[in-house]
Write a protein that binds this ligand. Sequence first.
Ligand SMILES: Nc1ncnc2c1ncn2[C@@H]1O[C@H](COP(=O)(O)OP(=O)(O)O)[C@@H](O)[C@H]1O
Ligand SMILES: [Mg+2]
Length: 246
Amino acid sequence: MKKKAVRIQDLSFSYPDKSAALDRISFSVSSGESLGIIGPNGAGKSTALLHLNGVLKGKGEVRILGEKVHKGNLKWVRSRVGIVFQDPNDQLFMPTVFDDVAFGLLNLGWEKEEVQNRVQRVLKNLGLEGVQDRNPSHLSFGEKKKISLATVLVLEPEILVLDEPTANLDPGSRRNFLEILEGIPKTKIMATHDLDSVWQLCSRVLLMNKGKVIAQGESREILEDEKLLEQNNLEVPHRLLLEKKE
Ligand SMILES: Nc1ncnc2c1ncn2[C@@H]1O[C@H](COP(=O)(O)OP(=O)(O)O)[C@@H](O)[C@H]1O
Ligand SMILES: [Mg+2]
């Protein structure tokens, strides 16, 4: 049997003094697949994502590429799983774009010249060559979002995890960012309540609410289910409705 990129089994997690943020959730993601984790605010989507690289540790099992995540292999896990946070300001902290993107590689002890080559290649692929000497905090939100993605891609993870990738982007930046994601041939897991972006990018969907998995299946099966989505404070994506009318 082919190893799953991600396999989560009976995972539960509570924040201090809180009821369960995750209540025995189970799901898996095959290599090369794009999974959309959808659900209303507070469903537990971000909490679930933070278990994928061991930032949070709940009860139950998280396996990455067949390996059980534990204290002893977090470095390896984080080299395989790259997370793009919802807010780029949580990801960017260096004085220049170049320094931010180079940070991870320098940390791994790479030679300066190799770092330079790799960083420049990634920036070029994302159309960011022109801003490499700028201070990230002076750039637009859309640019910051792409730089956040660059800081993750430069480490060449096998699994790309994105928390609310389209939040706060204007329509043009949103389209641009989604096109970039579409062109990245990796296993992708994104959490969002932007169901149009899920319809565009993901072949499978996991619906969460109140820390539980409510449903999972092919994107069309879940995203067409008006009643199921409404019950969970979501709605059928506009794109899907338009396609049905045509
Ligand atoms: N750092 C935190 N401390 C305490 N409770 C938290 C924290 N982050 C999230 N929660 C709670 O955990 C639940 C799930 O939150 P979250 O995973 O952020 O949901 P989502 O990403 O789906 O909006 C919510 O009830 C939220 O209030
Ligand atoms: Mg969230």
